[in-house]
Design a protein around this ligand. Structure first.
Ligand SMILES: C[S@@+](CC[C@H](N)C(=O)[O-])C[C@H]1O[C@@H](n2cnc3c(N)ncnc32)[C@H](O)[C@@H]1O
Length: 239
């Protein structure tokens, strides 16, 4: 990530669509789980840690890992002294399980979806729950400029049927799946729009390019939100 990219992203509350309500919905499908050991894989700045702790209280513990050290430093500012949280800078593939729950918001595709599902399945205890969000197309024929943008950003993107097939192929049982609502995207984009407005007047060439790209991403979603989105899936490793 470039310095200009981090100038935009530094201290944003989150790095992808999501809200506490989404965590509560997903973990709620697994029933009560006090004391559970949770992995937040690709935690970014740690936006979901609070809701994860709530879902596994009392006695739960969250191991939050991200490959990008500045995001982990952000999470450390809030959670560094909390004994219920362990923060790790590193690759999610290298964290030792087993976990009762794996939460992975917008980060599994970095591993390749099927490989990522298999790697994470092996870190779950038998019967353990994994909740992950993955970008999907929601219509059979997206508009041409959306298709071009998605192909450039995420060539392997598919629909919910493909996603369900991958889950089965990874040996996981699907418990629930929903498309994240618009509010989850606004929770990501609104703080970013405020930051763009602050930075724009004094941006140099590198930063202006990063701001342009972020604005284009937001505009694409505002125009085409009915045609693509994030599917939040809740799956279980069979006993
Ligand atoms: C779209 S962001 C989502 C962050 C966070 N879950 C959130 O919703 O705010 C994806 C995150 O995955 C992290 N990431 C990508 N590959 C990773 C890997 N192999 N191990 C750990 N983190 C990774 C990135 O650094 C980034 O913070």
């Amino acid at each position: 990530m470039s310095a200009a990219f981090f100038t935009l992203h530094d201290d944003l509350p989150r790095e992808g669509p999501g809200r506490a309500e989404d965590v509560a919905w997903a973990l709620g499908l697994g029933g009560a789980m006090p004391g559970a050991r949770v992995l937040d894989a690709g935690c970014g700045p740690g936006a979901d840690i609070s809701a994860l702790l709530l879902a596994v209280a009392p006695g739960g513990h969250v191991v939050a890992v991200d490959a990008h050290a500045p995001f982990v430093h952000q999470a450390e500012r809030r959670w560094g002294r909390d004994s219920r949280v362990t923060l790790v800078t590193g690759d999610m593939r290298d964290v030792d399980g087993p976990f009762d729950v794996i939460w992975c918001a917008g980060a599994l595709y970095f591993l390749g979806l099927l490989d990522g599902l298999r790697v994470m399945r092996d870190k779950l205890r038998p019967g353990g729950l994994m909740c992950f969000s993955e970008m999907v197309v929601r219509v059979p024929a997206p508009d041409a400029d959306l298709r071009a943008a998605l192909e450039a950003e995420y060539p392997a993107i598919g629909d919910q049927t493909r996603l369900k097939g991958m889950i089965r192929a990874a040996g996981l049982d699907l418990i629930g799946q929903k498309i994240l609502p618009r509010a989850s995207w606004e929770a990501y984009f609104q703080p970013m729009e405020k930051r763009i407005a602050q930075l724009r007047p004094t941006a140099d060439e590198d930063l202006a390019a990063v701001l342009d790209e972020a604005e284009a991403e937001i505009a694409l979603w505002r125009r085409y939100w009915e045609q693509f989105g994030y599917a939040l899936s809740v799956v279980r490793r069979p006993e």
